[in-house]
Design a protein around this ligand. Structure first.
Ligand SMILES: [Cu+2]
Length: 264
């Protein structure tokens, strides 16, 4: 686990390279997407107490009364279903990773579906896809044979994304090939929340069993990098790279996926 890549960010705690032992676990092949529709959205209606229906539109609205039943902008109203604020929607982005979810939100979702957020060690182990100490989930070359393997930024950060890899901004979770473990959207696209609190001091040497980070810190670990990462500015789409964010913060380039510990 970790990296000693000289072109990396030592201050992020990317290194030293250290052995880690993990108990068996399963990880989602995709980040959680926008595709889930709430029941109300699917039905297109919901029950409203008669007295609360606008009286002047009652006939129009009520079908039946016998119910059978210096680049991050703070945008008001930006939420998962309206990623760019009111008037935007995820209607044409069902396969995009869900964004604008805080660590708290992601954690609540994971608990709801009887899973959990991956520890950083689980995430990185899975992200490596069976390759040892390679820079990326597919190897050491960013664009093998000139082929783009992930959604990052081409052009000039933060003023221009030429979308040379096919996407300026986020892309569907299955837009690029999976890694050796069948895991998609590992590098780039959106950062992914991990369970661990963030710290930067690790010991090389003896293998740690199921490391889960410090008991408390100011921020949570994010892995994978995003569509805003650019080689010249932030090459944190490397599997050994990492960053941090407070558990209640959210943004348009942070999502998550879940794991389930396999019991036998
Ligand atoms: Cu980055």
């Amino acid at each position: 686990m970790g990296t000693d890549y000289p072109g990396g960010f030592f201050e992020d705690g990317e290194g030293p390279i250290r052995p880690v032992t993990l108990s068996p676990f399963e990880i989602d092949v995709f980040p959680v997407t926008n595709g889930y529709r709430t029941d109300t959205e699917r039905f297109g209606w919901s029950f409203v107490f008669w007295a609360h229906v606008p009286a002047d539109r009652f006939e129009e609205l009520v079908e039946d009364t016998i119910a059978v039943t210096p680049w991050w902008c703070k945008v008001s109203g930006a939420i998962w279903s309206a990623p760019e604020g009111p008037c935007s929607s995820v209607k044409n982005r069902p396969r995009h990773p869900v964004v604008h979810v805080s660590w708290n939100d992601a954690s609540a979702y994971a608990i709801w579906c009887s899973k959990s957020l991956p520890t950083e060690a689980q995430w990185e182990y899975a992200a490596r896809g069976g390759l040892e100490q390679k820079l990326y989930p597919w190897g050491d070359e960013l664009t093998p044979g000139g082929r783009h393997m992930c959604n990052i930024l081409q052009g000039q950060f933060p003023v221009e994304d030429t979308g040379e890899d096919g996407y300026a901004g986020a892309c569907p979770v299955d837009a690029f090939p999976p890694n050796g473990y069948g895991m998609y959207s590992v590098s780039g696209n959106t950062w992914e929340w991990c369970a661990d609190w963030f710290q930067t001091s690790f010991l090389s040497g003896h293998a740690v069993l199921d490391p889960s980070g410090p008991t408390e810190a100011a921020s949570k670990v994010l892995k994978g990098g995003s569509f805003l990462c650019h080689a010249s500015y932030c090459n944190r789409y490397r599997v050994g790279a990492r960053t941090q964010s407070p558990p209640n913060s959210s943004s348009s380039n942070v999502g998550f996926r879940c794991v389930r510990v396999t019991r036998h």
